[in-house]
Design a protein around this ligand. Sequence first.
Ligand code: FES
Ligand code: FE2
Length: 489
Amino acid sequence: MIEQPNAPGKGGAGESEGDDVLSVSVGSGTCTRAQRGATFPPQAALDERTISGLVRPDSVHRRIYTDPEIFDREMANIWEKTWIYVGHESQVKAPGDYYATRIGRQPVVMTRHKDGSVRVLCNRCAHKGAMVVPEGAGHAKVMRCCYHGWCFDTDGSCVSIPREEGYRGTPIGKGKPAAAMPAVARVASYRGFVFASLSPDVPPLEEWLGGARHSIDNMVERAPEGELEITGGVFRYVHESNWKFFVENLNDMMHPMVAHQSSSRTARVVANQELDADRPVPSAVEILSPFTNNYSFFDEMGVHAFAYGHSYSGGRVSIHSAYSEIPEYVAAMERAYGPERTQEIFSIQRHNTVVYPSLTLKGAIQTIRVVRPVAVDRTIVESWVLRLKGAPDELLKRSILYCNLINSHANLVGPDDEEAYWRQQNGLACAGNDWVSMHRYPDAAQPDEEGGLSAIGSSDMVFRNQYRAWAYYMTGGHAVHGPMREPSR
Ligand code: FES
Ligand SMILES: [Fe+2]
C-alpha cells in the first residue's frame, strides 16, 4: 500500500423451493412513486442516543432507510469521515490525466501529477467556488476554471490568474495557498485502488481494509503481469432506493434462487432442452445458471465479516467456481507464478466483497461496482470492468458479458434486485412494524483466519456487522455495539 503525498493545502475542504411456491411476479409495485414521499409519523429528534436506538442486535429501524435527515447525517458522519473509494490508478495513467467524481456530497478530482503521484483535490475553484473540471475524465496541461479563467496545476496549486495585479497586497495570487484547490485530508492507494478521506482522523488504509484487502489481492494476482487496469467506460445507473439496500444485497445469500428465478431458471431450461450435449456450454448460461443453485450451495459459500462493516461471500466455492477453463490463460498464469501458486490463486472464488460503504468487487470476474448515494431514496451505482494485464482477451470478454447480463436496468438479473430495493423503499413507508429483521442464525458466527467472523451463507451476520459499523460511524465511535463482535446474547 502506498500513502500518497497530497500537498498543497491542508484537508479542507442472492434448496430451491420448487415450482409449488406461489411467486408474486416482479412488475409494477402497489405503491405509486408519488406515495413514496408520504409523510411519516412524528419522529424523535436525532441525537446520538436516538441514532444508537435505531440499531438493535437483531434488527434495524425502518427510519434509517427513509428519513432524509438520517441520510444527511450519513453523508457527514460516514461518507465524509472515512475512507471512500475514488477510482483506480489506471484511470490517471499519465501526468495531466484527471478523473472527477464525488466523496459523499463533495466533488473531488483525482489527478496524476507530474511527479507521478496520484492526488485527490477538492473540485472547487478558489475564486468563487465553481467546479473546476466537470464530472468525467480527461487530460489537461492545466485545469482552467470556466468562469474567470483561474488555472490550476494537477497538484491543485494556482498557476495563473487573469490580471493578477489587482490582488496585490492580498492573500490571493499564483502559488499562494488561499488560491489553491485544496487537497483532501488523506489519500492512499492499495494495489491500484485509490481511496480518500475528507477527514484526517482515519486508520491506515490497509488496517482499515482488514480481511477485505485479500479480495483485492486475489483480483490483482489473477493477472499474469500482477496488475489491473480499468478498461472501457463506466456504466452508471440509478436505483430509486436507499444506498444501504444495495450494499446489503451483495452478501444476501437467501435471495438469488427467488429473486433471479425467472432469468436463471430459464437459462437452465434452455441449457437442458435446447443445447447440443456435445458442444461447450455458452458463457451466458454458465454465468446465469448458478443464481438458482439451491440453498445448501449458498450456505456452503459462507459469509465473512470484518471491522468497519466490510464483508465478503464465497470462499473456495461461489457462483463463479464452475466457469470453463481458458487454457491459454492458465498457461500464462503458470508461466508467471508456477503451477502450484496458480492453483492457489484460482482456488479463491469469492463472490461479492463489500468494502463498506463505497466499493464492491468481484475478484473472480474482475468487475467492481461503486456506490454513490444521491438522496435517501436515490443511489447511483457505477459498473466498471478491469482487464488482467497479460491475460488473453477471453477473460475481458467474459467480464464484459457478465456485466451486460447482470449489472444494469437493461439486462436479465439486475432489474430483479432493483425491483426488490424499490419495493423495500416503498414497503418501509408502512407504520406498524418499524423493525427490519436481521435475526437469522444469531449464534452461527465463528472467528476466521483473517481476523474476522465467518458464518454459513444464509446467516444475517453480515448485515448485523454492517449496522454495528453504521452505528459506530453515526455516533462518532460511541455506539454501544463496537464495529466487530457479534453481540452477546
Ligand atoms: S469561479 Fe473560478 S475563476 Fe472565478
Ligand atoms: Fe441479486
